[in-house]
Write a protein that binds this ligand. Structure first.
Ligand code: SF4
Length: 397
């Protein structure tokens, strides 16, 4: 029995990351405007960018969901109606919201679909039925749920369900946390989280004073459970990470997109090249990986006891802007590398390819021996390279 393939929902922190995620295989993206979303530190989108984002996504058969999952204070409603009218006019595919008042407001003033944000902590069938009756068309389930529990909610409540499959985890229950509010004056429920849970804290135990990192979570990695997600009928698999890099947006999306394609072509993931996809996931910046609550409730194995640093064996050094067939590649540099150094280019489909840049030039023809970030250079033409391909470099051998 072959099951239908879930949507692969990738984060889009800015317009370029949106394009990267879609070109590497996302079937939907989620993003925020300048207001009203819980990731105000990510670059976010202006109105013209939102319009371009929707056009680009729809041209590539991908959907766009806009995040409005702040918990609103009354003042937050002031510009909300005109924002919603704009989003409706550019034909976004759905809004992701958590506040009951916000959901009611959207339903009153627009015809837009609403997905219930994971922030609303929907964890059971009765709650899912309630939200369905409020006009919500999809539920992003709380991260505390297992795949088996999600399957029951979908079946009993007869509603679309979305689950996180990969990315950073928030130690607080469905993200309801005020550590950041108290320690940094930044409201995590209005987009300001300072990631205070990743800091070192000391416990004063009288004689013994202990410092430790005990509130930071490892990162979720659901690759090995992909077949369970598919067989449970989960409608959408969400990758966390609107604040993350291009390398992350492209690499993680690519790994999951290829795994889903493999299932589609073979009807199973038996004999699938998991090692290849795991290698791709290992090449993006991450903490140690955990399965979190996908099978059993998360426990102390999910805690990341290390000082706040992330495993980062590869770094992004550029992305391809344009391909001049048979002549050269135009590349925007994102980091420093030297002529002759080994780099790796990541095609939209298939394995990463190593290469050495034997010569590189500025647009005025001047030769370059060491790059700086944010410059545009020409490098020799290579077959099967496309605009928006990621170029990265190993940081240590
Ligand atoms: S400080 Fe940590 S636990 Fe709290 S909201 Fe931010 S990421 Fe979540």
């Amino acid at each position: 029995l072959t099951h239908s393939i879930p949507e692969l929902l990738a984060p889009a922190g800015d317009l370029d990351k949106l394009k990267v995620s879609i070109l590497y295989g996302a079937s939907a993206v989620y993003l925020g405007g300048h207001l009203y979303n819980l990731r105000q530190a990510s670059t976010n989108f202006t109105y013209p960018e939102l319009k371009e984002a929707v056009l680009f996504a729809h041209e590539h058969n991908a959907k766009v969901f806009i995040v409005v999952n702040n918990f609103f204070h009354d003042e937050d409603f002031e510009e909300f109606k005109s924002y919603l009218e704009f989003l409706q006019s550019i034909k976004v595919d759905a809004l992701i919201a958590s506040d009951l008042g916000v959901i009611n407001f959207i339903k009153t003033y627009t015809d837009l679909e609403v997905h219930l944000s994971t922030q609303a902590s929907c964890l059971n069938v009765e709650s899912a039925k309630f939200w369905k009756a409020q006009g919500v068309s999809r539920i992003v389930l709380g991260r505390e749920l297992s795949i088996a529990e999600a399957k029951i909610i979908k079946k009993e409540a007869q509603i679309e369900v979305e689950m996180f499959v990969h990315g950073s985890m928030c130690m607080a229950y469905s993200g309801h946390c005020t550590i950041s509010n108290f320690t940094s004056g930044r409201d995590s429920n209005r987009g300001g989280c300072a990631h205070s849970c990743r800091f070192e804290y000391s416990l004063d135990l009288g004689e013994r004073k202990q410092s430790a990192f005990f509130m930071s979570s490892k990162d979720l990695n659901g690759l090995n459970y992909l077949e369970k997600f598919i067989e449970a009928g989960i409608d959408s698999l969400k990758i966390e990470g609107r604040m993350k890099s291009y390398n992350y947006a492209g690499g993680v999306t690519k790994a999951y997109a290829e795994a889903l394609r493999f299932y589609q072509n073979n009807g199973s993931l038996k004999d699938a090249p998991f090692a290849l996809w795991a290698e791709e996931l290992a090449k993006v910046t991450h903490r140690d990986y955990t399965e979190a609550s996908l099978i059993h409730p998360a426990d102390k194995d999910s805690i990341y006891f290390d000082r706040e640093h992330e495993i980062n064996d590869y770094k992004l050094v550029g992305n391809i802007l344009a391909v001049k067939e048979g002549q050269y590649l135009l590349m925007e540099t994102k980091g420093k590398f030297e002529q002759g150094q080994e780099l790796e280019i990541v095609p939209f489909v298939g394995g990463a390819r190593k290469f050495k840049v034997e010569e590189m030039y500025r647009l005025n023809g001047e030769r370059v021996s060491v790059t700086r970030p944010s410059t545009v250079i020409k490098i020799p033409f290579m077959e099967s390279v496309s605009a928006y391909n990621i170029v990265r470099m190993r940081t240590h051998l």
